[in-house]
Design a protein around this ligand. Sequence first.
Ligand code: SAM
Length: 248
Amino acid sequence: MNEQDWDRVAKRFEQEIFNVPANDRKGLIAGAVQQYAKKRGVAFDIGCGTGRTIGLLAEHFGTVLGFDVSRECLAIAAHKNRAHQNATYHYADLVKNALPKPQADFALCINTLLLADHRKRSRMVAHVCGAVRKGGHLALVVPSIESVLLTHARHAEWQDRQVGKSHVPTPESENPKGMDVLRGIVRIDHVPTKHYSADELRSLLAMHGMNVLDVQKIEYPWSTEFDRPPQWMKAPQPWDWFVVARKL
Ligand SMILES: C[S@@+](CC[C@H](N)C(=O)[O-])C[C@H]1O[C@@H](n2cnc3c(N)ncnc32)[C@H](O)[C@@H]1O
């Protein structure tokens, strides 16, 4: 999706864009913000969207900068978070430009590194990692390719159990158009979207001078993948990867 696409989504953001922080039931994101909180420090919310995590950052850091390619999203973020006087909002296209200095003590980046195009996405990754100062921390959330594979295994199991019974809904990601599963490109809401493996994330971040400290799952209920999933479909559940890394 490009700048215009995100501007178009802005008004319907809450309905259309899955709310990761609200569904982070173990509180991994809030936990990392608290762990690296710095009352005089600078935090970036990179790809801040409509500002769901600005308040959390503003309570734990002296200065918060929200960056996004959508001016419409930035305007909503600024309005929703007007109580947080220590937060400001800035247009940035991570594909094209580095973020401005000074670098952040802590950067949060939730489901922003999603572009299917490898070259453009590589520049985004470089700019996100480059935005963190030496010794600072990055908390990153990205879709998991392993979770997609699990979803398809569960779907096959469901089909086996339902032979001759009611219809089993097909996961959207089964539609092969615009996909390159071997490279982690799977559709979300019809949009080819990069999904990462845990090892890919470790090596990618290491290449950008980051020491990965923690890789965890942010788990979601099966109802996020299937309409009315059957009772037996329990753990393991679908997930996004949550990574904390330190800039070397
Ligand atoms: C899935 S939304 C996530 C928003 C927010 N982090 C959240 O969790 O609610 C992805 C965000 O990344 C932003 N984005 C996409 N491409 C971008 C780019 N090239 N530069 C900066 N922001 C970008 C979009 O405008 C959108 O707000």
